[in-house]
Design a protein around this ligand. Structure first.
Ligand SMILES: [Zn+2]
Length: 71
């Protein structure tokens, strides 16, 4: 890995790209979005701001696509 390389992730709330460590990693568990630092399976990233968090939670379309949910 190159020195100074920062992995970027996209916030699903506002769509901006940020360093991974500035975002919270979210997984879908039993119908709820929960923060999870590690773990297997699909995850989405979201800014640590209530605005992005709220927007993401309301946007079922994004969640369905991100986690390949049925229905
Ligand atoms: Zn955001």
């Amino acid at each position: 890995m190159k020195r100074g390389y920062v992995p970027l992730r996209t916030c699903r709330g506002c769509g901006c790209k940020r360093p991974q460590k500035e975002l919270q990693r979210l997984v879908y568990r039993q119908g709820n979005l929960v923060e999870s630092e590690k773990g297997i399976g699909r995850a989405v990233y979201c800014c640590r701001s209530m605005m992005c968090w709220n927007r993401l939670q309301k946007n079922k379309k994004i969640l369905k696509r991100a986690f390949r949910l049925q229905g």
